[in-house]
Design a protein around this ligand. Structure first.
Ligand SMILES: [Zn+2]
Length: 185
């Protein structure tokens, strides 16, 4: 796989960096051409998106630009969703240890098993694995999940997470990231 020129990586915005990476991976540009696009971006007075520059320089068509943008959007979404899922599982493990239901070693064993299953294309929740291995009973999993919603609350629009431990159910607030109106469950 081609790598991005270092100068480009440090100055480009994250989204454009990803755009460039995808274009290279799809074989539309090589890293030398990407560097050329980057130089063009630096030298032009009105800052243009790296994709627009690829088009101006004739490396990609309109259709290819849309294809790259679609892939970029999807992978950014998956990244955010994946990170939120991991944070949630970490809270689950932390709470089960804090409540004295599991040892840290047991949590790690379950996390490892979860990763193994995921590589086989099977997504199991941490709680399911803990039950399968008889580390937790169903009531305990329910108790932890209940506590977890009290600790971590996701914005339904952008996925931003809030600690709502000290807020009453029904309290309304505005998401600081996207401005959505949220209600504490
Ligand atoms: Zn939000």
């Amino acid at each position: 796989m081609n790598t991005l020129p270092r100068a480009a990586v440090s100055t480009m915005k994250d989204g454009e960096k990803l755009f460039g990476q995808i274009a290279v991976e799809l074989g539309y540009v090589n890293s030398g051409q990407l560097e050329k696009c980057f130089d063009f971006q630096q030298s032009s007075r009105a800052r243009k998106h790296i994709g627009a520059i690829m088009k101006i320089l004739g490396f990609i068509s309109d259709e290819e630009m849309h294809e790259i943008l679609a892939i970029q959007k999807r992978s950014q979404f998956e990244e955010v969703a994946g990170a939120a899922k991991k944070r949630k599982e970490r809270t689950f493990g932390y709470l089960s240890v804090k409540l004295g239901y599991m040892t840290e070693e047991q949590v790690y064993a379950c996390v490892r098993e979860q990763a193994r299953c995921e590589r086989l294309g099977l997504y199991l929740k941490l709680g399911e694995i803990c039950i399968n291995r008889a580390f937790l009973r169903l009531e305990q999993v329910e108790e932890i999940l209940e506590l977890q919603t009290r600790v971590i609350f996701d914005c339904h629009t952008c996925g931003a997470q809030y600690n709502i431990q000290n807020f009453k159910a029904g309290t309304k607030f505005t998401c600081q990231k996207c401005g959505a109106e949220l209600t504490v469950p």
